[in-house]
Write a protein that binds this ligand. Structure first.
Ligand SMILES: Cc1cc2nc3c(=O)[nH]c(=O)nc-3n(C[C@H](O)[C@H](O)[C@H](O)COP(=O)(O)OP(=O)(O)OC[C@H]3O[C@@H](n4cnc5c(N)ncnc54)[C@H](O)[C@@H]3O)c2cc1C
Length: 619
């Protein structure tokens, strides 16, 4: 223990994770808090970290209010429809009304935006998406954060939040370790903004063995955004709402530009429009939701999954028509080169030229995130001017722990934020965090050395476990006294896959399976006390695994609680196959008691603010 040096840093605003939301938070914190000390801590390097590391080809959330293309109300209706009614409309509206200003800053900062030659407006890919040459998207937003922060710490993984010992339920900072030096870092902070992305690799991926790591969602997103607040006792929402993506097979290349800009379409192996075939069956399950336009993402998945189970696969994207147009062919390839080079490589390796062969699609393993066509995450306060009392407790985007804020994938209930909306939400959270400090809410925080030392002991325990247990290794990595992070990860993935609705069961689960899953997760948690790490990189893997395991428990508890199938195509409760608006038109909220480890669940009303307000105005 003594060999790991401890560094102390005191600051006003601590941003955990320097992805899209974290860079937005760091930038905006400086705008409102000129004299404040602002620190951003990132597990990788903010120049190329998070889901946008490799670049993007489209900004998926832009209203275009200056040209009256869309208004925030329209976006709320869109997100509500896509999530089968279940969104926090206050959060969605708040993000939407500010997102255009974020995009305009990206433009000023030099992000190459494609323009419509006739109108001079940003080139639309779809109703909400605008096209960019975005290979350098992440370095551009990182520069803004670097210029705003007092200090950016790269290569430090935050493992725990510190709690104030003077006042109950108030945050006091965070701790973590540097994966290169092994040093321990204590950040005592007046406010903490968690912006640590979503969670991949909690469900077993389709690609295992030689292909492990090839997932749609960034493999390094390990659920810290959820585990950090859950461990501290913050409330979470909609954690059952995991997302399954329909993407190009094996490379997980995006389909948005193909559907929207290239106007490609899907078919089954016999060249049929299979979605129509499943209309009546889907209507039986979800009623009129299947008639909504656009068809909710999960319901399109549902048709795909049913068709594949009925033997209609492989499902293909019809590219051979669009690719005859040289311009569209270029766009199709550039789309991958700007954000998913791997898909082009996979096609080359499989001898697929989309001009002549219609490539195969697949449905992914489930992921947990809060910014895409899904809204898992922390239960946060909304903005003062929009939120009903149940959704408001003082500061925008503050979790149920005082001084702890969230943004991007961290925040639940607000889907379809994407890159621009996550950056925007980071800005909103930072503005509120500065106000919290100015309002003197962070006075007198006391974080004792003992609290820090206790965490330090826990953080390095996997190294100590390995040091002792390695003497008992019988062959390769087999030891009676410890498990390695990869062994623990594979065990976690199988539990989630087989019991909580992964690909092994075609996304099917039920009460009995979930209860068994929870039992197995509890035993895994016990065994993770014996996880061993041979170096600092493996220590990171050990902590990633622990965060994934805690996130998984929360996902499973939520899935058990919601006794209906709200999102067929994301997962199915076999014992409650139908959507049940009478009993479950509500948000689910959980809290794990940090002392006992037990989760408590509750239902919270979902308020349809946008159209309610309009109805009131009309009457
Ligand atoms: C495959 C894919 C394709 C997408 N395509 C598009 C698109 O075309 N257009 C679009 O607009 N949006 C797109 N998105 C959505 C967009 O990328 C996300 O909405 C956005 O990145 C979320 O921002 P975030 O800050 O919450 O997470 P991220 O940007 O992922 O940032 C999280 C950061 O936290 C860091 N971190 C994690 N754990 C820790 C820890 N314990 N300690 C310290 N740091 C930590 C990570 O390293 C990372 O830098 C896509 C997302 C994915 C996954």
């Amino acid at each position: 223990m003594a060999k790991h040096k401890t560094h102390f840093e005191d600051c006003d605003v601590l941003v955990v994770g320097g992805g899209m939301a974290g860079t937005g938070a760091t930038f905006e914190a400086r705008h409102w808090g000129r004299d404040l000390k602002i620190i951003c801590v990132e597990k990788a390097n903010i120049d190329r970290s998070g889901a946008v590391a490799q670049g993007l080809y489209a900004i998926n959330c832009y209203m275009g209010m200056q040209w009256d293309e869309n208004q925030p109300e329209d976006h709320v209706r869109y997100a509500r429809n896509d999530l089968m009614g279940m969104v926090r409309e206050d959060l969605g509206y708040d993000m939407a009304r500010h997102v255009d200003s974020t995009v305009h800053m990206f433009d000023e900062w030099g992000l190459p935006m494609m323009k419509n030659e006739k109108t001079g407006r940003y080139l639309r890919e779809g109703k909400w998406q605008i096209m960019i040459h975005g290979e350098s998207y992440k370095p551009i937003v990182a520069e803004a954060a670097k210029k705003s922060a007092d200090k950016i710490y790269n290569r430090i993984m935050i493992t725990h939040l510190l709690m104030d010992e003077a006042k109950e339920n108030r945050v006091g900072g965070a701790v973590g370790f540097n994966m290169r030096t092994g040093d321990f870092h204590v950040f005592r902070a007046k406010t903490v903004i968690v912006a640590a992305g979503g969670a991949s690799h909690i469900f077993k991926p389709r690609a295992v063995g030689e292909g492990m790591g090839r997932t749609w969602y960034a493999p390094w997103s390990n659920g810290s955004a959820y585990a950090l607040p859950i461990a501290a006792g913050a409330k979470m929402t909609q954690m059952e709402n995991r997302i399954v993506l329909c993407r190009f097979k094996d490379g997980y290349g995006p389909v948005g530009a193909y559907f929207l800009h290239l106007k490609t379409y899907t078919q089954n192996a016999n060249g049929e429009n299979y979605e129509k075939k499943w209309y009546d069956q889907t209507k039986e399950l979800v009623g009129e939701y299947i008639d909504h336009h656009p068809t909710p993402t999960c319901l399109r998945n549902h048709a795909f999954i049913q068709e594949t189970m009925a033997g209609g696969g492989p499902i293909q994207m019809v590219t051979t028509e669009a690719f005859q147009d040289p311009h569209l062919e270029t766009v199709g390839w550039e789309n991958f080169l700007g954000m998913t080079v791997g898909q082009a490589v996979v096609w080359a390796s499989q001898n697929i030229d989309p001009k002549y062969t219609n490539p195969e699609l697949t449905t992914s393993e489930p992921y947990v995130m809060g910014s895409h066509a899904t809204c898992s995450g922390a239960w946060v306060s909304g903005p003062e001017d929009l939120s009903p009392p149940e959704y408001f407790w003082g500061y925008n985007r503050m979790l149920t722990i005082d001084g702890l804020f969230g943004a991007g994938d961290t925040v639940g209930g607000s889907a379809h934020k994407f890159s621009s909306g996550s950056f925007t939400e980071g800005r909103l959270a930072a503005k509120a965090a500065v106000k919290y400090i100015e309002d003197q809410k962070a006075e007198g925080i006391n974080v004792t050395d003992k609290q820090c030392e206790d965490f330090k002991f826990q953080v390095y325990k996997p190294l100590d476990t390995y040091t002792v247990a390695q003497n008992e290794i019988t062959g390769g990595t087999v030891s009676p006294s410890y498990i390695s992070p990869i062994q623990g990860l594979q065990r976690l993935q199988r539990i989630m896959d087989e019991y909580v609705g992964g690909i092994a069961t075609n996304y099917m689960t039920n009460e009995n399976m979930l209860k068994r899953g929870l039992e197995l997760l509890a035993w895994l948690e016990e065994d993770l006390e014996k996880v061993g790490a041979e170096d600092y990189h493996q220590l990171m893997r050990a902590w990633e695994l622990k965060h994934r395991a805690l996130t998984s428990q929360c996902v499973t508890e939520h899935t058990l609680f919601r006794e209906e199938t709200r999102w067929p195509g994301y997962y199915y409760r076999g014992d409650h196959m139908k959507l049940d608006d009478d009993n479950w038109h509500c948000l689910t909220v959980s809290r794990r008691d940090p002392k006992t480890g037990k989760f408590e669940m509750e239902k919270v009303p979902v308020y349809h603010i946008v159209d309610e307000n309009e109805k009131k105005k009309a009457s």
